[in-house]
Each structure stands twice: as structure tokens, then as C-alpha cells.
Ligand binder design. Structure first.
Ligand SMILES: [Zn+2]
Length: 552
């Protein structure tokens, strides 16, 4: 008897010890805690910018991320519309406009019957400027970012700082609980500003940065970084597909920014040149030092969005020398940022991911010149045609209340008043839209909302459709057809040129490798959350990319 009790106890101890051991091994795999997570979004960066300019990149920027980290080569947005604000929100919340509610940069607010801005907030006041450009907050975003979850998990000890040229590029990624978000205010000021949503006044390191006249130092000549003759990955400098700056006849190098600033919004001209990215890198470096980011064992989050790539793309187009130069210079800014992270936070102590908020289409007039189907959508003609159709069909000229972001908003009161069935009015309009030569697809919102779509363009519409905020009919133009000026590139569709963007991870907790397996933009936040062992953002619908994580 005694013996069996002893044996039983010994067994228990053995099992307990084993369990303890197992737990130890498991717990070391449960999470990886970098001192700092740096999220980088490059505004309007197509995936092929990594490969197209690969041979001209240095070793310390994009190439370092590819050589040391993990390259998801087939990474896509999984919703329509592919704009800046939905893009940034989706990267950091791990879900789509259907859930986070950021359905555009601006959208028509059905309740107030007016257009609202994604980050506009009348309840806060500017900090660091008197200008209304400071009245911003993330309050229209409905769900949390991984940075929010990190703040909650760490009892608000882990900091979050968001930085960008664009307010929305700084505010949405950093989330609701951020210590601060900073964005660039041009005009005659050239400073980084914030709002009372975060703080009552700018910290010392920011006022010091602003008074250092860094912005002024970038009002200089913009010439190509290397000999323009070697820029063989882009079209000729002088062509008919580029916009350019007011006050300069041709869109050709060099650009005298000091002189051109007078006719192009003062310091705002910096935004539309690679120096906008440089000043964001300068400011991010100042933030790392000023906020002591990554200096203790509680994980901090720094979100950096490089917006100048978008301005340059819109102005000069995907195939321009200006875009090539902007990426070669951004590569150098990244190298500079990573070197500071190495020395200040420590090599292998931080984790970085880099992606984009959307891609961009080649200039349609350029594509057209090479016989690729492409074109421009006549919006005014479309509107007139639709209105006269509605008047004829329903005897009412005010049934369409608003057209924005390729969505048609109906006057719901009028629909009720006329005793019309909402679903059939939506269907009639969709049918009518399909008679336009350059409309590719058009769907009634009720069909998109109710359908269980798991692939194709309907799924993209469904993911982008927010039941409360989106319109009544959703449509998209033909491939490479845009509603835009005849020069420069734009974005917004669910086609590959807009959805296919880079996704690179590197640093602590990241394996070395690459995949051509399809990944989605909404997988990023769950991957970071999974690595950190924290709650996923509350609306996240993406899947952690286990194959990029090294939990050892
Ligand atoms: Zn854009």
C-alpha cells in the first residue's frame, strides 16, 4: 500500500515536472517581444517597384529587407476602393472598410447629408499651428489597430507614435490610444503638427525639430540622384504623360524648388518631391530619440508613412524618371532609418514591416499609345445621362443624392415617398450603368450586402462595403480606365495594378525567405499580434502569416 502511494506520488511529481518543462518550452515559443515594431507604409508603391529598380537599390534599404527578411511577393488588397485612408486603416486594423468603416478619404455622410473627411474632427483643436489642418483625430475609424491592442496589453506602457506627411497616414495607423500622431503642414509654415486629441502642446523634441528649419533646407534643386542616362527603367524625361509643377513649362529635371515653391503652395511643394520622404525620415529619427522608443523591454510601436511617393506618382505617372528617382532616394532614407534603429534600439531587437496603401495604374494615355486597352471616364456626361434616365423612369430628378468614390447614394426619403422598392431602384440603376461603354461592373448594394461572395470582384466590393456608410450602387470602370487628368497616375480599383503591393518583414522574430503564395493586406496586423502574443485588433479578419514568423 505504502509503496503504491509512493509510486503514485512519484508519478504525479514526474508528470508535474514534465508539464512544467513542456510549458517552459512552449512559453518560449508563445511570443516574441521586439523592443520596437516599426510599421512602414509607402504611399502608392506597386510591388514591381521592388523588382524594377532592384539593381539600382543600395544594400541597406529595400534590399536589406529582402536579403535578411521575408518577402511576400504576391500580396494584395482585398477590397474596393483602394485609396489612402482605407489602405492605412486596413494595414493596421487587419480588416477591410466593411468593418473599420474608413470607406474612402472623403465620403458622403448619409445622416448629415454632407461630405466628411476620414480624419476630420470638429471636437479637437490644432496643436503646433492655428490652421484647421490640425483638427484631426482617428474617431471615424470604428475598430482598433494592433498598436491599440499593444497599448491595452502593456497597461499603456508601450508607446505608439504615428508619423507621415499626410494626416491620415499618421493618424489611422497609430490608432485610438496613440501617444501622438504628427503630420506635415506646408503652406508658409513647413512644420510637423498634431491635435488636442493627443496632447495640449508639442513636446520639446518636436518644437526643436520645427525650429531647426529642416523644411527650408529641402527647398533646393531636385535633380536626379545618379546620371539620368542610367535611369533605364523609366520612360524619357520629356513626354506627354506627365503633369509637372506650376511655373515650369516642362516636367523635366532639374526642378528649382525654392523658386517653384512660390507658385506651388510654399512648403507644400516638398510633399510632391522625394524630400517629403526625407523629412519624414528625419522626423522619425528625431521621434525615436525624443521619445526613447525601443529603450526598454516593453514593446513600442512606431508607424511611418511615406506619402511623397503618392504625390509624385499622381503628378508624373508610374513610368516617369521622377518616380524612379523618388524610389532611389527613398531607399537611401530607409537605409538611414535602419542604421539609426541598429545603433539606437540594437540590431535584432526591433521588427519592421513595409507595405503600401494601394498601387497605381500606368498612365492610360501611355498604355493607349502601346495599344493596351485604357482610357478616361467622362464623369459629367455620366451624371447628366444618369439623371435624365432617373427623371424619365421615375418622374423625379432628385432621386440620386450623391455620387462619390464610384458609389451612388439614393435619396432614401424620396424612394419611400414615391413608394419605390429600394432593391429594384438599385438594380435599375446598375442595369443602366452597364450600358455605359467604360463601366466594367455595377452592383446593387443590397445584393453585395446579402451575397456570400468568396471570390471575384463581388468579394472585393463586399469587403469594401460598409452597411451603414456605403452607397446604394457600386461600380468600377474598365481596366486601366480612370476618371482623372490625362497626365499622371491614380488608383482606386480592384485590379492588380492597384491591389498588388509589397509586403516585407525583417528583424526580430522574422524568418528569412520569400513566397509567391497569395497573402492579403489584412494579414499584416494579425501576424504582428500573433508574434507579440497580444489580442488581435477587435475587428481583424485576416490570418497570421505563420511562415514569416520565427518563434525560436
Ligand atoms: Zn493617391
Amino acid at each position: 500500500m505504502k509503496n503504491s502511494i509512493l509510486l503514485f506520488t512519484a508519478c504525479l511529481l514526474y508528470v508535474a515536472g514534465f508539464a512544467q518543462k513542456a510549458q517552459d518550452t512552449e512559453s518560449s515559443k508563445i511570443y516574441v517581444k521586439p523592443k520596437l515594431v516599426v510599421g512602414i507604409v509607402v504611399d502608392q508603391m506597386r510591388y514591381d517597384y521592388l523588382t524594377r529598380f532592384y539593381n539600382k537599390y543600395g544594400d541597406g534599404g529595400f534590399k536589406r529587407m529582402m536579403d535578411e527578411g521575408f518577402n511576400c511577393k504576391n500580396n494584395h488588397f482585398n477590397y474596393i476602393p483602394t485609396y489612402t485612408a482605407p489602405g492605412h486603416a486596413s494595414v493596421y486594423t487587419g480588416t477591410t472598410p466593411a468593418n473599420h468603416g474608413i470607406i474612402g478619404n472623403n465620403w458622403y455622410d448619409k445622416e448629415n447629408k454632407s461630405s466628411v473627411y476620414c480624419a476630420g474632427d470638429e471636437n479637437v483643436t490644432p496643436v503646433g499651428t492655428e490652421d484647421a489642418a490640425g483638427k484631426m483625430s482617428p474617431s471615424r475609424m470604428l475598430t482598433t489597430t494592433f498598436a491599440d491592442e499593444n497599448r491595452l496589453f502593456t497597461q499603456m506602457e508601450g508607446k505608439t507614435i504615428g508619423i507621415s506627411i499626410k494626416d491620415r497616414g499618421a493618424i489611422l495607423p497609430a490608432g485610438h490610444t496613440a501617444n501622438a500622431a504628427y503630420w506635415f503642414h506646408g503652406k508658409d509654415e513647413g512644420v510637423f503638427i498634431s491635435s488636442t486629441y493627443y496632447q495640449e502642446e508639442l513636446p520639446k523634441w518636436v518644437t526643436k525639430f520645427n525650429s531647426s528649419k529642416t523644411a527650408k533646407s529641402y527647398l533646393k534643386d531636385w535633380n536626379t540622384l545618379y546620371n539620368i542616362k542610367n535611369y533605364t527603367e523609366s520612360g524619357s524625361d520629356l513626354n506627354e504623360f506627365e503633369g509637372g509643377f506650376k511655373g515650369k513649362e516642362t516636367a523635366t529635371f532639374p526642378y528649382d524648388l525654392k523658386k517653384l515653391s512660390k507658385t506651388n503652395g510654399g512648403f507644400d511643394i516638398i510633399k510632391a518631391t522625394p524630400y517629403g520622404n526625407s523629412i519624414v525620415a528625419d522626423f522619425a529619427i528625431a521621434a525615436i530619440k525624443g521619445e526613447d522608443l525601443g529603450k526598454d523591454d516593453v514593446t513600442d510601436v512606431l508607424t511611418v508613412s511615406f506619402s511623397s511617393t503618392d504625390y509624385v506618382g499622381h503628378n508624373f505617372g508610374v513610368n516617369s524618371k521622377e518616380v524612379e528617382d523618388t524610389y532611389l532616394r527613398l531607399d537611401q532614407d530607409l537605409e538611414r532609418l535602419f542604421k539609426i534603429l541598429d545603433s539606437y534600439v540594437g540590431k535584432g531587437e526591433y521588427t519592421v514591416f513595409l507595405t503600401a496603401d494601394h498601387g497605381a495604374v500606368d498612365v492610360p494615355s501611355y498604355l493607349h499609345s502601346h495599344n493596351v486597352p485604357a482610357g478616361y471616364f467622362g464623369k459629367d456626361e455620366f451624371k447628366d445621362n444618369l439623371n435624365s434616365f432617373m427623371a424619365k423612369k421615375y418622374g423625379a430628378s432628385d432621386l440620386v443624392e450623391n455620387i462619390s468614390n464610384n458609389q451612388i447614394f439614393l435619396n432614401r426619403e424620396k424612394v419611400n415617398q414615391l413608394n419605390l422598392n429600394l432593391g429594384s431602384v438599385q438594380q435599375e440603376i446598375a442595369n443602366k450603368l452597364m450600358t455605359f461603354k467604360d463601366v466594367y461592373v455595377a452592383y446593387p448594394a443590397t445584393e453585395i450586402g446579402n451575397g456570400g461572395y468568396t471570390d471575384g470582384v463581388q468579394r472585393l466590393f463586399k469587403n469594401g462595403y460598409n452597411q451603414k456608410r456605403s452607397g446604394d450602387v457600386l461600380y468600377q470602370y474598365n481596366p486601366a480606365v480612370i476618371s482623372y487628368s490625362k497626365t499622371g497616375s491614380t488608383h482606386g480599383s480592384g485590379l492588380n495594378y492597384d491591389t498588388h503591393v509589397p509586403l516585407l518583414f525583417f528583424g526580430k522574430g522574422i524568418k528569412h525567405g520569400s513566397t509567391l503564395q497569395k497573402t492579403e493586406i489584412i494579414d499584416i496586423a494579425p501576424t504582428i499580434s500573433g508574434m507579440l502574443g497580444i489580442s488581435f485588433p477587435n475587428g481583424a479578419t485576416g490570418q497570421p502569416l505563420e511562415f514569416v514568423l520565427d518563434n525560436k
